[in-house]
Design a binder for this molecule. Structure first.
Ligand code: PEP
Ligand code: MN
Length: 358
C-alpha cells in the first residue's frame, strides 16, 4: 500500500488542529460557566483536588504515544489557561474597575468640594496636628491662598514608638474647629477600625495610610461608613494590590474612595521614596476612582515638590497633597520635608503658573 504523501499528512494535521481548537474553545466556555457558578456560590476558582482527579483519569486513559508525564504537562497547561480565563473574567467584575464603571467617580468632600470632576484639587496642611494654634495658623494661610482642603494627622503611625504619636481624638476636634472656622474640608488618618465611625463626626475625609493599605479590618470598617476615604498606596504595594485594597472599601458599599500615590520603596536614596508617576495614568486607565499624588511623602524633598506636582497633574492626577507647617524646624513629625507658609506660597504659584490646576 502506498504511504500517504507529506501533503496529505499535513492536511490531516491541519484538520486535527482545527478540531483541537474547537474542542479547546468548547472546553474554555464550559470552564467560564463553571467560573461564573463558583463566583455566585463564593467557591474558590482553583480546586487542586479536582485537578488531580482529572489528571489521574486522563493518564489512566492514555494509550500513547505521548508519555503520561507529557499528558500531565499538556493538560496542566490547559487547566491553567482556563483558570486564567476565570480570573480575568473575575477582574472585569471588580467594583473599582473601569470595566465595571466607565464614567469617572466624582467624590464630594463635605457638600461642595469635588474631586475627580476634572478640576484638580490641592490638599495641604501639616504632617501632624500639634496644637490648636499651629493648625489654625496653617489653615488661615491656606484659606487666604484659596485652598479648600486641609490635611493634618491626629493618629500618627510612626516608625519609632518613642516618636510623637499624634494628639488622637483631641487632634480631630482641633481639625473640626479650625475647619469650621475657615470653611475648609478636613482630612485625617485613622488607624484603628474602632475609630472610623467616631472620626466621621469630626472630619470630612478619612485617610488610610500607606502602612495600613492592607489592614483589611480597617478597610472593611471604612467600607461601612459613608464618608469619603483617601487610600494611600502601600510602601511596597503593586498597583494591583492597591486596587484590591480599594475594592475592600467599595465591596462594603462605600463608593467614595480616592486613591493616592505616595511613593514606593526602591533602592534609590536621592528621594525618601520613589514617586511612581506611571501609576497615575495606569490607575486612571484601570479604575474610575479619582487619583491623587502626595508629593511630600513620595519625595521627602522640598526642592522638587513643584516639578513633581506638575508632573502628577500633567499625568492626569485629580489632585496633589503637600505638607505645610508654620515652623517646620520645630515640627513634631516630618520636620525636614514640610514647607513653611512662604515656601508653600511659592510652590502654589509655580504649580498654578503651569495652568495644570485648571
Ligand atoms: C501622612 O500622609 O500623614 C502619612 C503618614 O503618609 P503615608 O501613610 O503615605 O506615609
Ligand atoms: Mn508627614
Amino acid at each position: 500500500m502506498n504511504q500517504p504523501s507529506l501533503e496529505t499528512l499535513r492536511q490531516k494535521l491541519d484538520e486535527t488542529n482545527r478540531q483541537l481548537l474547537e474542542l479547546l474553545s468548547e472546553r474554555a466556555k464550559i470552564a467560564q460557566e463553571i467560573g461564573n457558578l463558583k463566583e455566585k456560590q463564593g467557591i474558590p476558582k482553583f480546586d487542586p483536588v479536582r485537578e488531580k482527579q482529572m489528571l489521574t483519569e486522563l493518564v489512566a486513559s492514555n494509550k500513547g504515544p505521548f508519555t503520561d508525564d507529557t499528558i500531565r504537562h499538556l493538560f496542566k497547561q490547559i487547566f491553567q489557561a482556563s483558570l486564567n480565563l476565570q480570573v480575568t473574567d473575575h477582574k472585569k467584575q471588580l467594583l473599582v474597575s473601569r470595566k465595571k464603571q466607565k464614567e469617572d467617580t466624582v467624590v464630594t468632600l463635605g457638600d461642595d468640594v469635588k474631586v475627580g470632576g476634572g478640576s484638580p484639587v490641592l490638599i495641604a496642611g501639616p504632617c501632624s496636628v500639634e496644637s490648636y494654634d499651629q493648625t489654625r495658623t496653617v489653615a488661615a494661610a491656606l484659606k487666604q491662598a484659596g485652598i479648600t482642603v486641609l490635611r493634618g494627622g491626629a493618629f500618627k503611625p510612626r516608625t519609632s514608638p518613642y516618636d510623637f504619636q499624634g494628639l488622637g481624638i483631641e487632634g480631630l476636634k482641633i481639625l473640626k474647629e479650625v475647619g469650621d472656622e475657615f470653611g475648609l474640608k478636613t482630612i485625617s488618618e485613622i488607624v484603628d477600625p474602632a475609630h472610623v465611625e467616631l472620626a466621621c463626626e469630626y472630619i470630612d475625609v478619612i485617610q488610610i495610610g500607606a502602612r495600613n493599605m492592607q489592614n483589611f479590618e480597617l478597610l472593611k470598617a471604612a467600607g461601612e461608613v459613608r464618608k469619603p476615604i483617601l487610600l494611600k498606596r502601600g510602601l511596597a504595594a503593586t498597583i494591583d494590590e492597591f486596587l484590591h485594597a480599594a475594592e475592600y472599601i467599595l465591596a462594603r458599599g462605600n463608593t467614595q474612595v480616592m486613591l493616592i500615590e505616595r511613593g514606593i520603596r526602591t533602592y534609590e536614596k536621592a528621594t525618601r521614596n520613589t514617586l511612581d508617576i506611571s501609576a497615575v495614568p495606569i490607575l486612571k486607565q484601570e479604575s474610575h476612582l479619582p487619583v491623587l499624588v502626595d508629593v511630600t511623602h513620595s519625595t521627602g524633598r522640598k526642592d522638587i515638590l513643584a516639578p513633581c506636582a506638575k508632573a502628577a497633574l500633567a499625568a492626569g492626577a485629580d489632585g496633589v497633597m503637600v505638607e505645610v507647617h508654620p515652623d517646620p524646624a520645630t515640627a513634631l513629625s516630618d520636620a525636614a520635608q514640610q514647607l513653611n507658609i512662604e515656601e508653600f506660597g511659592n510652590f502654589y504659584a509655580q504649580v498654578r503658573e503651569s495652568g495644570l490646576l485648571g
